[in-house]
Design a protein around this ligand. Structure first.
Ligand code: SF4
Ligand code: SF4
Length: 473
């Protein structure tokens, strides 16, 4: 019987020690030189007797047995263990994203809400502009009764520009806190905003209720004002910069949760590194995450293959910074890498790319339920209403069809446990079907996972204790 090394990705640390990331188990194995040579010897199906004879090392047979026990080397042709089937449905909800408004006071050129990639059919009547407090309360009731045994829940406020409907946010928080107490659950709040409406009153409220706050910002004045402008064409930087400084200073004083920046990367974006440094060193953000813009093919701001390559090489520099900081025991705010290291350490094996439709749903201003916040008001992605509940047959059918095992193009990809085909919304915009894999971005995804694995190996070699922070999250 021939043997073959399972689908994996190999990286080395600073000392040349090898690590194998096994796709079927999502485990990272440190392997010694002999095991490393054996794994390489079975990259193509090979006869073990011949391989052992050619290696000529007395310990090789025991080392091969270990590799077989760990599932690293397997009988050729053995089918991969099936990935997790759908969990029992209805899956308990953990997070509800309330799109409290579908209006925005900015007119960012790349916005999927208002730009050419909006999901709502052009002739469909627009939903109510502002969610009523009553709908927010019905949403909270729905979340609590759909959460099963979960004791910690999250309500995320989103838009449009979320803070255009501050009154409903206040009412929702007030109601959620009372209901959480009554049902003996804890509810966390988070919010994404463009920062234009962060008045002192708003800041005080958000910090007092320990909101997790994400600011959509693209960098310094030049970066921000390239795409993030008012309808008049005026840039938004001058308005948001002092408000962000006040928010961060107040939050720090009150020991609030870390405040994050979310940067959208377009083909004409400046240096990722300069943007990171500006947002952390100058403005004071604790975390910065970068997301490639979602765009249908042919949009002016779409990332070209060259722009993806440039982004990856700048991510490599930020990764280097992160590893240096980690080894020195300092925190680093590169959120993409931090999230990836957490998933690698926890051995995450995704059957679906994210929680959308599973533990997370989006709610439109009128209380319609969607896969996530990006799909609200898209009739073809509606899964029920907060008043009547989830249509479980639609939800389950979608999750079955979007399962990684249905994405045949992903079968030979080592990054499958972490990517699982990528964002449904992006797949819908790029490929017209949320259930398809985002094959336009594979090199970038695999490149980023490769960087994460190398960072993992290097930090592990210097300070394994670093990873304790991911064990309780
Ligand atoms: S979309 Fe691409 S990178 Fe993601 S799992 Fe599929 S093949 Fe891999
Ligand atoms: S589908 Fe995309 S936008 Fe929606 S929750 Fe998943 S990753 Fe996020």
């Amino acid at each position: 019987m021939k043997l073959r090394t399972g689908l994996h990705h190999r990286v080395t640390d600073d000392r040349g020690n090898a690590y194998l990331y096994l796709t079927d188990s999502a485990a990272i194995h440190a392997v010694d030189a002999l095991a490393d040579r054996l794994a390489a010897a079975f990259l193509e199906p090979a006869d073990p007797v011949t391989v052992l004879r050619e290696l000529g090392e007395p310990e090789a047979e025991a080392a091969l047995r270990d590799l077989i026990d760990l599932g690293i080397v397997r009988p050729d042709g053995e089918t991969s263990p099936p990935r997790a089937a759908l969990p029992p449905m209805p899956f308990p909800l953990a997070t509800l994203v309330l799109n409290v408004t579908n209006k925005c006071n900015l007119s960012c050129t790349y916005c999927y809400e208002y730009g050419a990639d909006k999901l709502t059919a052009a002739n469909a009547p627009a939903g109510r502009a502002m969610m009523l407090p009553e709908t927010a309360k019905q949403s909270i009731d729905f979340l609590i009764r759909s959460s099963g045994e979960r004791s910690v829940l999250t309500i995320t406020f989103f838009g449009g520009e979320t803070l255009l409907n501050f009154q409903t946010i206040i009412a929702a928080v007030d109601y959620a806190e009372a209901e959480a107490l009554r049902h003996q659950k804890r509810i966390h709040f988070s919010l994404t905003t463009n920062a234009t409406l962060l008045t002192d009153e708003v800041i005080k409220f958000l910090v007092a209720h320990r909101f997790g706050i994400t600011i959509s910002i693209d960098g310094d004045e030049k970066e921000q004002d390239r795409h993030r402008r008012y309808k008049s064409g005026k840039g938004s930087f001058a308005d948001i910069e002092p408000r962000i400084r006040t928010l961060i200073a107040t939050n720090r004083r009150e020991r609030g949760r870390p405040i994050g920046a979310r940067v959208t990367l377009t083909h004409d974006a400046g240096s990722v590194l300069d943007t990171y440094r500006y947002l952390t060193d100058d403005l004071g953000f604790e975390e910065v995450g970068f997301a490639p813009v979602t765009a249908a093919p042919g949009r002016g701001y779409e990332l070209s293959p060259g722009a993806y390559d440039r982004m990856l090489s700048e991510f490599a520099t930020l990764t280097e910074d992160f590893v240096t900081a980690a080894i020195a025991g300092r925190a680093h705010g590169f959120a993409n890498l931090n999230d990836l290291l957490r998933e690698l350490h926890q051995g995450i094996q995704k059957a679906h790319p994210c929680g959308a439709g599973l533990g997370l749903l989006g709610v439109s201003t009128e209380g319609e339920l969607a896969l996530c916040h990006r799909f609200v008001e898209s009739k073809s992605h509606a899964v029920g209403t907060v008043q009547k509940g989830v249509d479980e047959s639609i939800r389950t059918a979608f999750l079955e069809q979007a399962h990684i095992d249905r994405k045949t193009d992903c079968k030979t990809c080592f990054a499958r446990p972490l990517c699982a085909g990528g964002c449904y919304h992006e797949a819908h915009v790029r490929h017209g079907d949320a259930r398809k894999a985002n094959l336009h971005a594979c090199d970038w995804i695999r490149g980023h996972v490769d960087q994460g694995l190398k960072a993992y190996a290097r930090i592990m070699a210097h300070d394994p204790k670093f990873f304790a922070r991911y064990e309780s999250q």
